[in-house]
Design a protein around this ligand. Structure first.
Ligand SMILES: [Zn+2]
Length: 167
């Protein structure tokens, strides 16, 4: 079967967020932020209108997903080094060795990942997009989604998910 790819990398596909990643097995960076940019590729055969997927719909989905991360502190819920503890008052306590931080709940996003690297952020965004595509009901012909996340200029990671065509 013939496959096409469409690719979106628009100026507004970005989010400014804080994070700290662990590295070298046992170290954790100081808190800092990035202007993350990302792009999306979806692959599949053409639909009845000769599109792989509607660009406008796809851009809207990606914007919605990135808005949820914009101006937030990104915290990993599955890190062995960074302990993220939601508090009864809605705040979030974060412990990193002897350091600790306390954030208002509305300033953070707790992601179900082990480390806030661009690799895992790309996987997370890809998963979110997959969910939205599935909910849209007209993405069953797609066979792959790819999300690239750039942390600083010229430094990015890509996650690709192969889909099972369901129809
Ligand atoms: Zn960083």
């Amino acid at each position: 079967m013939a496959h096409y790819k469409i690719h979106i990398s628009k100026d507004n596909l970005m989010f400014a967020a804080g994070h700290f990643a662990s590295y070298d097995g046992s170290k954790v960076e100081p808190a800092h932020g990035h202007n993350y940019r990302f792009s999306v590729t979806v692959e599949g055969p053409l639909d009845q209108n000769s599109y792989v997927f509607n660009f406008v719909t796809l851009k809207r989905m990606m914007k919605r997903i990135s808005d949820e991360l914009d101006h937030r502190m990104l915290l990993p819920s599955e890190s062995v080094l960074i302990s993220v503890e939601p508090q009864p008052d809605g705040g979030v306590l974060v412990r990193v060795g002897t350091r600790w931080y306390r954030f208002p709940g509305e300033d953070v996003v707790i992601l179900p990942i082990a480390n806030t690297t661009v690799e895992l952020i790309a996987r997370y965004l890809c998963g979110q997009l997959h969910e939205q595509l599935a909910q849209s009901g007209d993405a069953s012909h797609l066979c792959a989604i790819e999300v690239e996340v750039e942390e600083t200029f010229g430094q990015s990671a890509t996650y690709r998910e192969e889909l099972e065509p369901s129809a």
